[in-house]
Design a protein around this ligand. Sequence first.
Ligand SMILES: NC(=O)c1ccc[n+]([C@@H]2O[C@H](COP(=O)([O-])OP(=O)(O)OC[C@H]3O[C@@H](n4cnc5c(N)ncnc54)[C@H](O)[C@@H]3O)[C@@H](O)[C@H]2O)c1
Ligand SMILES: N[C@H](CO)Cc1c[nH]c[nH+]1
Ligand SMILES: [Zn+2]
Length: 430
Amino acid sequence: MPLRLDSAQVDFEQLFAGLLGAKRESSKDVNDAVAAIIADVRARGDVAVAELTNRFDRTSLTPDTLAFGAEEIARAAAEVPDHVRAALQTAHDRIRVHHEKQKPEDHVYTDALGVTLGARWTAVDAVGIYVPGGLASYPSSVLMNAVPARVAGVGRIAMVVPTPDGAINPTVLAAAQIAGITEIYRIGGAQAVAALAYGTASIPRVDKITGPGNAFVATAKRQVFGQVGIDMIAGPSEVLVIADSSANPSWVAADLIAQAEHGAGAQSILVTTDARLADAVEREVDRQLSLLPKQQLARDGWEELGAIIIVASLDEAAGLANRIASEHVEIATDAPEELVPKIRHAGAIFLGHHTPEAIGDYVGGSNHVLPTARSARFASGLGVLDFMKRTSLLGCTPSALSALAEPAVTIAGVEDLDGHGRSISIRLNR
Ligand SMILES: NC(=O)c1ccc[n+]([C@@H]2O[C@H](COP(=O)([O-])OP(=O)(O)OC[C@H]3O[C@@H](n4cnc5c(N)ncnc54)[C@H](O)[C@@H]3O)[C@@H](O)[C@H]2O)c1
Ligand SMILES: N[C@H](CO)Cc1c[nH]c[nH+]1
Ligand SMILES: [Zn+2]
């Protein structure tokens, strides 16, 4: 049974420990396993990457066959039916247009003292994008990573994607082709993250790694942070639907199931002001799951990490949503815009009855790589800025330096850094 609570009973700490916390932490076992994998890849390079991939993904790779060849990519992409390619192209184009609007502007100004200040944005040189592929394949995630990287102007984009049992979904390669990605490796998990971070003979190291993945991927990204940049920890997917009596229980149920079908650790929560809707959604989830024979993952996910919470008001729903800080928040009410200002912690907000989260997964144009596991409290979804960095610019005229020297030398003095002070004052005594 999914968890069912009403607002009088919602003990956030308990909710956190059960629903939001324990099952989503990476365990000591995963941490240790990932540390061992990273150490192995650093020591033995491509040989370790091939061996580990063969073990976890049941492949038969050698150090020479880690990368997809150009003809292989072209051949696989050519197998993809025209309507699928057209759908990917639509998604690509919409994602590109939206992300173009995120490109930051450089700015420079000179203040009254004659100090020039500014900020200049430049792209990261080399990025590794992780496309998950263990339980399902995600051509859409290729686009969500690659498009903002290209809009940012990243020089080199290396993509990794696991190929369980040696099989690749050709649509993943078609998406890469549409996005202009040519460097692709058939590896996944912690060994792929380690190879991108530290480099091997056949996989040059990158500067930053982005993309979602399972607990092994997320833990590996945490462990290589510092050696390379990372975007965020985007782990198992989550949705929190806020609904009132205007919501359609079948639609809400379908949205909860859609998220649960992401499998292990995926989480679907309904927060509603209407007890009758809660009952109807619960029944409807069961009914829809019984009609979907392929939905074992969703069934398990709903049983394990599904929840229905009844609250007294939409304000209370917003407060709870902020504490949970879900990856996706759907507002299934007639006036979603009234609630939006009250939702401060969410990876993405979906407005109204006609905006299922899945439209954002694919073709809405916004990014679907979003902060999970409550990291929306401090992190944002993937975007162009993740592939860029800002360098500040500072310039003083002689008179500006004279005006600022005294306070600067004073602070250098209290820090006991005379060399700093002298490097300023030496310029004044001429
Ligand atoms: N937040 C997002 O934007 C987003 C998008 C798509 C998918 N996702 C999430 O990404 C995750 C994808 O997970 P996945 O498993 O399907 O694919 P994955 O590619 O993340 O992980 C598969 C890899 O995990 C490694 N692995 C598996 N078992 C292992 C073990 N016992 N020891 C060491 N390594 C092991 C293997 O190397 C395998 O290649 C899902 O949780 C899904 O919800 C999130
Ligand atoms: N809901 C996932 C995390 O935002 C993304 C996704 C890809 N394909 C389907 N769904
Ligand atoms: Zn999804």
